[in-house]
Design a protein around this ligand. Structure first.
Ligand SMILES: Cc1cc2nc3c(=O)[nH]c(=O)nc-3n(C[C@H](O)[C@H](O)[C@H](O)COP(=O)(O)O)c2cc1C
Length: 187
């Protein structure tokens, strides 16, 4: 990748069988991949062999750590579970720290209800700050998610979500670029 290009991985934040968030994450990955100068990767927390008999940086997954180290920005797809984030998502995020510092993050809430994961996003904000990530002021919200995708996992009203995603991505790319410049040039 050239120096002006950005690596923005997408974390699929639930291991649940039948998860709707998987459709959302795949749509986001597809939209990022269609943009110039961006590279992405889908990180599925279900596929990570993360220990559950310990917590924090002592159970760092080398591949996840390398992706976070390389990332210029990050998107977290978080379904709303009892108004909060899935426990496994937090457990995975807690395994890194210095890898995140001064990098941009965009949050995507997914819910069965009509608030589009607003409450999970609000609950993630203080966690992002403590991890050293810089949140953008646009979110992505997928409400009533079980009605949004067809049986093949394709968005039914794609133009609406492409439009929303476009504004969100413009902001995330701007913040990721500014912070990349800062990490390289500002001492
Ligand atoms: C443990 C649990 C708690 C949930 N709590 C909420 C909730 O607080 N608000 C809501 O709108 N939906 C709630 N849901 C429904 C999810 O938002 C719904 O399953 C949606 O599809 C996103 O999650 P998914 O990716 O696991 O499918 C809950 C689901 C689970 C499994």
């Amino acid at each position: 990748m050239s120096d002006s290009s950005l690596f923005i991985p997408v974390i699929l934040g639930t291991p649940r069988q039948g998860r709707q968030s998987e459709h959302v994450a795949k749509f986001i990955v597809e939209q990022i991949a269609a943009r110039d100068r961006l590279e992405t990767e889908l990180i599925d927390i279900r596929k990570m062999a993360i220990a559950t008999d310990d917590a924090g940086e002592s159970i760092k997954d080398p591949q996840f750590s390398a992706s976070m180290e390389r990332a210029d920005g990050l998107i977290i797809v978080a379904p709303e579970y009892n108004h909060g984030y899935p426990g496994l998502l937090k457990h995975v995020l807690d395994t890194c720290l210095k890898e995140y510092i001064h990098k941009a993050v965009g949050l995507c809430g997914v819910s069965a209800g009509s608030f589009g994961g607003t409450r999970v996003i609000q609950n993630l904000l203080p966690v992002m700050r403590e991890l050293g990530l810089v949140t953008i002021f646009y979110d992505l919200n997928f409400s009533n998610v079980e009605k949004l995708f067809d049986e093949s996992g394709n968005l039914i009203d794609k133009p609406t979500y492409i439009r929303r995603m476009s504004k969100f991505m413009d902001e995330l790319v701007w913040m990721s670029s500014v912070l990349k410049y800062g990490r390289q040039e500002v001492r």
